[in-house]
Design a protein around this ligand. Structure first.
Ligand SMILES: [Zn+2]
Length: 484
């Protein structure tokens, strides 16, 4: 998941690093060039039983975590090279896509009969940076303690990536021809916007990944007291559409107060936006989410989930369940204030950053116009974001497809005590690019506890290997079901 659209990528690659990347690039090109010849001699191994497949998946994850792909700068080609070697060994054709040197993605395809449209398995290779001082283990050692693997990317997104590699191998080893192609994509630059990422891949290499369905990160599956109550499949997500507010006025000596002091105007604008209650709005996904959640919730909570448009409920959700509140609103959250440089000087300008997460169907131009009315101050300007490489507006994926049904059936088979719930992610993923191309993309994730969840983009990121194995089996099962 990406943190913010405001982070501008500036890769800091020194000369030595450039040389290493150049060598790596040559290695990648060579690997892909020689791949077809080696494919004829490569021997796929046989299908592994579940316990061995789980071990192999864990080994892939360990290796992937040990490859440092903190973004920026990313250096994702190292991961692409690692995966290419595995696929080559097993005889799975693959191709490196490297629009930016050192920042490669890799695509592979298992051919089906073509009776149905392809399916895409997507995961990203880069990880967010670490603050080593707050980790209790080395974030790139992939240490395993009591069945839990620690390391940056264990959850986001190298765990799923390892499981997708294993799924490709197992499907290939089975020798069975599915009714559709299964495409694997490990993509660069998900955590920051750059020309190495999904925007470019969709734009430039669409023919290599065109598909009907996609499985990607997202969704939810919380482990509580050793139990998983529901398996959340993300069918839609909010769009990051944050803005800058810039207040301008006449600078001068603070001993002479003026009415157009930018600090005062900005503070008032930020307060107005920060306390603005945007309207509650349900869509297909959230309507179904709360209705299914009500079916397994205690009576008092169920009553709330059935009266979402009641103002009293809205207040309770905002206080007690901010995540649920966020699913029902386009949210406007001030995050950064900048202004002034000396206590006795009135500055000419002051600025604030406002994080905005728009509901999928939000008319964002109209929303910004509404914000200007709320601010009601001509000295404050709203500066919209540059969306060149960012998520396009996209409709949510349908709840009524063979893929959604296959995910639900797989959950019932492998997690019989739980129920499947469609969710709308409040964060953003690269599924938006696929949805904008008409793909029904679904977000799923490896089950984890609330405490483990805090490690994602935080400290001591970790994943329980039993749930990594479960995720892998679930993905494979869903693909087999939807590709019969
Ligand atoms: Zn992610």
């Amino acid at each position: 998941m990406r943190a913010s659209i405001l982070g501008v990528e500036k890769p800091n690659i020194d000369t030595l690093e450039r040389k290493t990347l150049m060598k790596l690039r040559i290695a990648l090109i060579t690997l892909c060039l020689v791949a077809p010849a080696s494919l004829r001699s490569a021997q796929p191994s046989s299908v592994l039983p579940p316990d061995q497949a789980a071990q192999e998946t864990a080994t892939f994850l360990r290796d992937l975590v040990r490859i440092d792909t903190q973004d920026p700068p990313g250096n994702e080609s190292k991961v692409a090279l690692y995966i290419a070697a595995i696929f080559r060994r097993e005889g799975i054709p693959c191709e490196i896509l490297e629009p930016v040197p050192g920042r490669a993605s890799i695509v592979a395809r298992l051919r089906g009969t073509g009776a149905k449209q392809p399916l895409l398995l997507l995961a990203h290779e880069d990880v967010v940076p670490v603050d080593r001082a707050h980790w209790t283990v080395d974030p790139f050692a992939a240490e395993i303690k009591s069945g839990t693997l620690y390391g940056r990317g264990a959850s986001d997104d190298k765990g799923p990536l390892a499981a997708h590699i294993e799924t490709m191998l197992q499907l290939h080893r089975s020798g069975r021809r599915l009714s559709r192609d299964v495409i694997f994509l490990a993509e660069a630059s998900e955590e920051t916007d750059s020309t190495a990422g999904m925007h470019t891949i969709v734009d430039r290499y669409w023919d290599k990944i065109a598909c009907e369905f996609a499985l990607n990160e997202g969704g939810s599956a919380e482990v509580k007291d050793g139990r998983i109550a529901y398996f959340g499949v993300a069918t839609g997500e909010k769009l990051p559409r944050g803005v800058r507010l810039v207040a301008t006025g006449q600078s001068g000596h603070a001993s002479i107060p003026v009415l157009d002091n930018p600090i005062t105007h900005l503070a008032q604008a930020v307060t107005r936006l920060g306390t603005w209650e945007t309207p509650t709005r349900l869509n297909d996904t959230t309507r179904e989410f709360f209705s299914r959640l009500a079916s397994i919730a205690p009576p008092d909570q169920a009553a709330l989930f059935r009266s979402l448009e009641d103002p009293a409920t809205e207040r309770i959700l905002h206080e007690k369940w901010p995540l649920f509140y966020s699913m029902l609103h386009t949210t406007v959250v001030p995050t950064v204030l900048k202004g002034g440089f000396k206590s006795n000087v009135i500055p000419a300008e002051a600025e604030a950053q406002i994080d905005i997460r728009a509901l999928p169907d939000e008319n964002i131009a109209a929303f910004y116009a509404q914000m200007a009315k709320i601010i009601d101050d001509p000295s404050v300007t709203i500066v919209p974001p540059d969306l060149t490489n960012n998520m396009p507006a996209a409709p949510s994926s349908s709840l009524h497809t063979a893929m959604f049904a296959a995910l639900e059936a797989s959950q019932q088979k492998l997690l019989p005590g739980a129920i499947t719930i469609p969710t709308m992610s409040t964060g953003a993923t690269d599924s938006a690019f696929l949805r904008a191309k008409g793909v029904d993309a679904y977000g799923i994730r490896i089950p984890r506890t609330f405490a483990e969840n805090e490690g994602v983009h935080g400290n001591d990121e970790r994943i329980e290997l039993q749930y990594l194995a479960l995720y892998q089996r679930l993905v494979q099962e869903a693909i087999e079901q939807v590709s019969q």
